[in-house]
Design a protein around this ligand. Structure first.
Ligand code: IMP
Length: 184
């Protein structure tokens, strides 16, 4: 097992890549059925959602006109405790007005980031607004924010891999891993 930090190590696989692939395919097929014949914009939150969103997009068939856009927010920096303050570091390139928007996030922890982005994007008059989140930690939730397309519900453990990082590391791993101890 690779130990790449003197404090934290990868401990064990929580969700193997095959399970992730299967679930991503399910989510994509639900999105495809809901939006057949229409245009949608997947709005990914960098950097955590980049890998999830690119896999998700490729599983949505050609009957949906899929656009991809990204935004970057900062709330964690290099630490892992939500400050509750979300700063838009990079906004979406295209207008949201009159579009079917699906906000794509890697994980809902406290829910503060998604609640903030939902509020912000809703003021821009999208035609519809939905959320697609790979992982949800219900025990950590601080605000009630609805998830329309959910990958997995997980326990309150800090996870990395498949786009998720700790201090910039481990995003590239195809499986989702637990860390040896929680960085908080
Ligand atoms: P929230 O605003 O507390 O819901 O935080 C969401 C953000 O926190 C995510 O987009 C991640 O960047 C980060 N985060 C929360 N839990 C984890 C975790 O277990 N691993 C990696 N990043 C996490």
């Amino acid at each position: 097992m690779p130990a790449v930090d003197d404090k934290y190590e990868l401990e064990s696989i929580m969700i193997p890549s095959d399970d992730i692939k299967r679930r991503v395919r399910d989510l994509a097929s639900r999105i495809e059925s809901a939006y057949r014949g229409q245009e949608i914009t997947l709005a990914g939150v960098l950097k955590g959602a980049a890998i999830f969103m690119s896999d998700l997009a490729r599983e949505i068939g050609p009957t949906v006109d899929v656009r991809m856009d990204f935004m970057a927010v900062s709330s964690y920096g290099n630490s892992s405790t939500s400050s509750g303050v979300v700063k838009i570091v990079k906004d979406m390139d295209a207008s949201v007005e009159d579009k079917h928007i699906i906000l794509v996030e890697d994980i809902m922890d406290t829910g503060l980031t998604i609640a903030y982005l939902k509020e912000m994007l809703s003021t821009r008059s999208p035609r519809s607004f939905k959320t697609c989140v790979l992982l949800e930690k219900p025990e950590r939730k601080k605000v009630d924010s609805e998830i329309d397309y959910r990958g997995f519900t997980i326990a309150d453990e800090f996870v990395v891999g498949y786009g998720l990082d700790y201090a910039g590391k481990w995003r590239h791993l195809p499986d989702i891993w637990r860390l040896s101890r929680a960085p908080r």
